[in-house]
Design a protein around this ligand. Sequence first.
Ligand code: PLP
Length: 365
Amino acid sequence: MPVTERTLLGPGPSNPYPEATAGLSAPLLGHLDPEFIRVLDETSERLRTVWRTRNPMTMPLSGTGSIGMEAAFSNTVRPGDVVVVAVNGLFGVRMCEVAARYGAEVVRVDHEWGQPVDVDRVLAAHPSPAIVAAVHAETSTGVRSDIGALGAALRGHSPDTLLVADCVTSLGGIPTELDAWNVDIAYSGTQKCLGVAPGLAPFSLSERAWERRVETPPVWYLDLGLLGDYVRGGASGRAYHHTAPVAMVASLHAALGRLLAEGVPEVEERHAAAGARLRDGLTELGLELFAAEGFRLPQLTTVRVPEDVDSVKVRAQLLEDYDIEIGAGVGQYAGSVWRIGLMGHNARLDRVELVLAALRRVLGR
Ligand code: PLP
């Protein structure tokens, strides 16, 4: 008997993403089965469409979003390389740690949490870094940074610098335009706006980043040269690298199919509308939004916990009485901020009204 009726992929018959769960429960194909290879190829093509890129090296890596971050730095950082990281939340901090482990001389550009990345400050940090890295949608604070502006400015400032963008929470929720924004390396996760179980890291690498990659990265599993032979096919065709998680790929394939059927701009617009209504509703409840105005993510709204309210109690009551999970804040904001996600299938006006009604009740407003 299940412990709870709750489900992240949507409850019972109203699950609007049945394809994603169907992908998980479909009969398993062998990882070398031509039909699976077709599904894998189509998944990569679908990722290119949502990410608006023609990068041939676009694919789902086996692992959660963090493995995308690990692949980005392990394949591009040579010991002593300067890597400028824009830090405006937890995942920027993680980027610094990962890059340092591969020998980077990390130049950390700290921003106040809740604020977007300041392009001028990032560029001023170093005249010609090997890499500049930033988080597009900072999940710890609910802030969107302008990666397009960063990419454009970087091309003028130091054209050889590679740009790494963390798109874990942005892909499928807000526009992500890798080619137009001059992004060289991007990674994402399946469990956010794509509405799939956690377990894959969509990944994309530009041709120039491919040419400049580290010949033999210190991590065998994430060696893009080896993975490229598997995913794209090398001189002698596709070479076995590891056993792909076929059920997860089938699930991602199905969810991307669903997303493309609705339309990428339409899905992004649905997120925008839900986020806007949530922000309005929270303000009507007398709550104060945390992220800087103009840079608020529709898929993740951050709000300050009122001073007279017990944050843990409210979250527990929402979960127990209404099956609604909202996140606590992160780091120094653990007890003073809530993070309300409206991602993928949850980015709908009916869900917003449900959250607002439940919050009103629990807060007694
Ligand atoms: N980057 C961002 C912006 C994230 O939100 C997350 C996870 O929430 C990660 C990286 C790490 O992804 P994962 O937890 O799937 O490894």
